[in-house]
Design a protein around this ligand. Structure first.
Ligand SMILES: *[C@@H]1O[C@H](CO)[C@@H](O)[C@H](O)[C@H]1NC(C)=O
Ligand SMILES: *[C@@H]1O[C@H](CO)[C@@H](O)[C@H](O)[C@H]1NC(C)=O
Length: 395
């Protein structure tokens, strides 16, 4: 009798506390996305006036990969290098494959869509059009001269994909009346924690913005067996919070020092996050977790960030394989991203756009100004080994 009761309790405990097995493994594509993503986040963090940053580097990488098919030589090599591919063919196969895989996932929790708008009166190069189709990309035409209307048309498409999470991501100023083409990508995720936090357990607690400033934040709480990993060399500890949605989880990387985030980010930018993410294992004891609820919204200008990572040719070298009869370049590439994290789970979305103009009307932006501020943590949302969202949170 006692024995039966004991077994029953053990079974109950293991269901309530179940740690999800990892049924996925690292792939070259996941590793390449990791390395490029953390470099993009580091630069976005340094360039940001706001210390909280959220981004889906994946959206930028996908658009660069698509754009590269219309380029050659140095411009294409710079993209291949940032994306970590051994060559164009590998990059094409990987990113078109991922676009199709994510586009066909259950859209109630993940949607990914690409779209190309071509200026009325212009035609896409046939080969570029074939590539766009391989990336599961819809193509439409729009009159960019009427910028207001063009923004309206693009926003209608974007709002539908983003289900209201980011409203009207395109403004008149994000476009260009001389644009010949614009490429867009949307990634939307809605996940539910495998074990939700209890709303009544959330309480106002101290959050150390830095060594001298402490504020009160609504902290969610749970006490549970979780995957954990500590890396002294990195100077950080991490935990994993699985979502119900298969393959998805959030990993929170907490620096050991209150002001340790810049250093951790610098180290992570050198070696990526996946090695540590895949070193997570069941903690030997329960974890008493306090995690702030947070909402972050970022507007990121990758026109300024990409040159710092060696990607220049897209802005200055002419691409002849995109629009029939014209040499073009990217005039701006930007992203609007949002993440909301609460007791139930997370909603995250990113809208990425690249505006393509004739080479001659391309204009130079003023050099960027860096704002370097202390931040307490770094977070990422992954699907299997693919980093889908990445961010920092400080206050
Ligand atoms: C998609 O996911 C939702 C919510 O997780 C679920 O209710 C629905 O059955 C899923 N649809 C398919 C086709 O798997
Ligand atoms: C802490 O953060 C506040 C607000 O951002 C700032 O005014 C203050 O200078 C910071 N202190 C240190 C030591 O960094």
């Amino acid at each position: 009798m006692e024995c039966l009761i004991l077994l029953f309790l053990v079974a109950m405990a293991s269901t309530a506390d179940s740690i999800l097995d990892h049924e996925y493994s690292r792939t070259p594509l996941g590793d390449n996305i990791d390395k490029a993503s953390v470099k993009l986040l580091k630069e976005a963090y340094l360039a940001s006036e706001n210390t909280n940053v959220v981004t889906s580097p994946l959206g930028v990488l996908l658009l660069l990969s698509l754009y590269s098919s219309g380029t050659q030589g140095k411009t294409r090599d710079e993209i291949t290098e940032l994306l970590g591919a051994t060559g164009y063919k590998e990059m094409f196969d990987s990113y078109s494959g991922l676009s199709n895989e994510y586009a066909s996932m259950n859209s109630s929790y993940l949607s990914l869509a690409n779209k190309i708008y071509v200026a009325s009166g212009y035609d896409l190069n046939d080969e570029f059009l074939n590539t766009a189709r391989a990336y599961n990309t819809e193509v439409d035409s729009v009159d960019f001269h009427n910028v207001e209307n063009a923004a309206h048309v693009i926003n209608q498409w974007a709002n539908k994909q983003l289900r209201g999470l980011i409203k009207d991501p395109v403004s008149k100023t994000s476009l260009d009346k001389d644009a010949l083409v614009a490429l867009f990508n949307v990634i939307y995720f809605k996940g539910h924690w495998h074990v939700p936090f209890q709303v009544e357990s959330t309480e106002m607690k101290d959050f150390h913005v830095n060594k001298s400033l402490t504020v009160k934040k609504p902290m969610m709480h749970l006490s549970k067996s979780l995957f954990f990993h500590a890396n002294d060399q990195l100077g950080a500890k991490m935990i994993e919070l699985p979502y119900q949605e298969p393959g998805f989880r959030m990993v929170v990387i907490l620096p050991n020092e209150v002001d340790g985030l810049p250093d951790v980010l610098e180290k992570v930018a050198q070696k990526g996050l996946l090695e540590d993410v895949f070193a997570l294992s069941p903690a030997r004891r329960k974890i008493n977790l306090y995690l702030p609820k947070f909402d972050i919204k970022s507007s990121l200008d990758f026109t300024q960030i990409l040159p710092k990572l060696g990607v220049n040719g897209i802005f200055s070298g002419g691409a002849s394989g995109i629009v029939n009869g014209r040499s073009v370049a990217i005039s701006k590439i930007f992203q609007e991203a949002i993440v909301n994290v609460d007791e139930e789970g997370a909603r995250a979305g990113a809208f990425t756009g690249a505006v393509i103009v004739p080479l001659s009307t391309r204009y130079r932006r003023p050099p960027p100004m860096d704002f370097i501020v202390d931040h307490p943590f770094l977070f990422t949302i992954l699907h299997e080994d693919v980093i889908v969202f990445l961010g920092t949170y400080t206050h």
